[in-house]
Design a protein around this ligand. Sequence first.
Ligand code: SF4
Ligand code: SF4
Length: 226
Amino acid sequence: MPGDQEWRLSLYKELAARLNDFFAVFTGPYCLHCDRVMGRLPEAREEAFELVDGVYPGCCHRGAGDIFRLEGQPPERCRLAPEIVAGLKRERAVVLREQGTAAGGSYTIRLHRDRSLLTGGHCRYFTPEGCCLGVLKGPLCIDFVCPPLRRDLLEVCGGEAELIGPENDFLNIYRTLASISWDGRGRAENEFSGFCRRLSRLGSLCRAFLAARNQVTLFDFFMPTG
Ligand code: SF4
Ligand code: SF4
């Protein structure tokens, strides 16, 4: 059993692990084809581009992985607890050492509207194979479902917006992260269990939705090719 200083970090990593599993099964293909997903946004035509150099990182832009804010929480709870941040930083340093120069980098796109070139930076944990952090991702990286993805998940669960939560607070995760950070252990574990129930329910709804339509992935159903 983790000691007093470690249970918060353990609970955080357990929550990230469960979300990683959900994302891997149900939303991974969206992020692999981010350019097609973004094409569904109303502003897509205006923002259309082609990749000229490097790997397009989707949401994983420079700095995104190092933000520990908990948006929408009261000021005294609006950041991960210092012991969680310290633990994440300590374990990330090991991962970064192992990755060497594979992580980070940049990319260049050409905007269709005026043919101008734009260069952007990858998050320093972004590799050609995706994020190298696993359960060490920050809050910003486990809280977000972009508008097209959220719309599809809403359809999957019959429009139950209170289950999905806002785009930048998937499944109302910030409330759970604030509890893990600042509440006593019993209360934090209760909140964590509630989050796990919401996530598990959404996973069941996704599986039932796919089975009823004889589909393998949500991406294939909502974004068929051809
Ligand atoms: S969440 Fe949406 S915008 Fe972000 S990488 Fe995935 S598909 Fe792209
Ligand atoms: S930490 Fe990982 S998921 Fe988060 S922005 Fe960086 S590469 Fe993307």
